[in-house]
Ligand binder design. Structure first.
Ligand SMILES: [Zn+2]
Length: 132
């Protein structure tokens, strides 16, 4: 289970929505599965079907997370036209066993947000708790 404050949850949706029709991505950091900070990342592929973070931006963010005594808790990205579940590529690119993968789907009118753990090829749906 990952706990996300409502303000950050809303920011995930508004940021990914602002990047439509392309996929958008970002990182959530915090402690004890409670998200404290959102990093809105650039999708260098600028594609409606995939995303890739800028490695340099990613290094800067990881440094900021460490310096603030947090951990990377989740990587989020959007699916503009497909359901909120990891694609074959998402599964192949999921290198972190202890990180939540959050997908925001804009396939329907109301955004669908789901969290997963991806270990090897095994995908598990995880609970998102939105906190005030
Ligand atoms: Zn994806």
């Amino acid at each position: 289970m990952i706990r996300i404050p409502k303000t950050i949850y809303d920011e995930i949706i508004s940021y990914t929505n602002s990047k439509l029709p392309n996929e958008a991505c970002g990182i959530l950091a915090g402690i004890n599965n409670l998200v404290k900070k959102i990093y809105k990342m650039r999708n260098v592929e600028e594609s409606p079907e995939s995303y890739l973070m800028d490695p340099h931006e990613q290094i800067r963010v990881m440094k900021d997370i460490r310096e603030n005594n947090m951990k990377m808790l989740a990587i989020f990205h959007s699916h503009p036209k497909t359901p909120a579940r990891p694609s074959a590529k998402d599964i192949n690119m999921a290198f972190y066993d202890d990180v939540f993968y959050i997908i925001v789907s804009f396939m329907n009118k109301i955004p669908d947000v789901k969290a997963f753990k991806i270990i090897g090829k095994s995908v598990t749906l995880e609970k998102i708790l939105i906190e005030d």
